[in-house]
Write a protein that binds this ligand. Structure first.
Ligand code: ATP
Length: 236
């Protein structure tokens, strides 16, 4: 195993003629949480989408010591999984069917085994397994998005704003779940506007502004950085 699960070097992404990522570099150790913080429009979602292979990019993306596979399906098979900001659940399908969709690359017996683990981790979803996803609360929907992602047995979860739109107490619940996932060996690249809460559970942090990394370092150091406090850590 490589000592770096993910190594992104000089990543550029453009939409048409407009370049929005201007050479981002980032590295992640296996078993760690890396928080990416920054204002709206800084390019965080774009970065996750490029790492997942949803949009074209220039630069190098290495995963587990080798160039990341080309296709999205091969990236999923290799253990990458994106939980998008909008959750993208199927509202008119049951909780259970949404969860099962996440295991499409797995055999039926593997799916059943992983599903049992997932329900143990999210008892609330087990209780609501027959309920339509569209009837869940915001926090439950985020749990469902995480549960569906876990069905692919990810090694690297790319989480886009898991706290978006949630009440403060639920934000803490969700981020505690994310922190617990690290204890099961899953690494997490966590994009969050809720900078303080993200840095609290992260090992390393990156501040992205206008498509560039402005600052990076141990999360505990960034959490007390005066410049960050001024711009990002005030809100909670
Ligand atoms: P947010 O938290 O609002 O999602 P972000 O940091 O994730 O912000 P991105 O969504 O990656 O930022 O957007 C980066 C820049 O790229 C913004 O200026 C945005 O307007 C632009 N952008 C994003 N998606 C597209 C697109 N499909 N076409 C053109 N421009 C885009």
């Amino acid at each position: 195993m490589s000592d770096r699960l993910l190594r992104v070097e000089n990543l550029h992404v453009s939409y048409g003629k407009a370049e929005v990522l201007h050479g981002i570099s980032l590295a992640m150790k296996p078993g760690s949480i890396v928080a990416v913080i920054g204002a709206n429009g800084a390019g965080k979602t774009t970065m996750l989408n490029a790492i997942m292979g949803l949009i074209p990019s220039r630069g190098s993306i290495e995963y587990d010591g080798a160039p990341v596979p080309r296709s999205i399906e091969a990236r999923v098979a290799a253990g990458l999984c994106l939980v998008p900001e909008k959750r993208e659940l199927f509202s008119s399908m049951s909780v259970e069917d949404n969860i099962m969709l996440g295991g499409f690359l797995r055999s039926p017996s593997e799916r059943a085994e992983i599903q049992a683990d997932v329900y143990q981790r999210f008892p609330r979803l087990a209780e609501r397994r027959k309920q339509l996803a569209g009837t869940l609360s915001g926090g439950e929907r985020q749990m469902l998005a995480l549960a569906r992602a876990l069905m692919s047995k990810p090694r690297l979860l790319l989480l886009d704003e898991p706290s978006l739109g949630l009440a403060p107490k639920i934000v803490i619940d969700i981020l505690n779940i994310v922190a617990e996932l690290r204890n099961t060996g899953v690494s997490i690249l966590l994009v969050e506007q809720n900078a303080r809460a993200a840095l609290e559970i992260a090992d390393e942090g990156y501040l992205v502004e206008l498509g560039e990394v402005r600052k990076s370092g141990p999360a505990a150091e960034l959490a007390v950085d005066p410049a960050l406090m001024e711009g990002y850590l005030g809100r909670n």
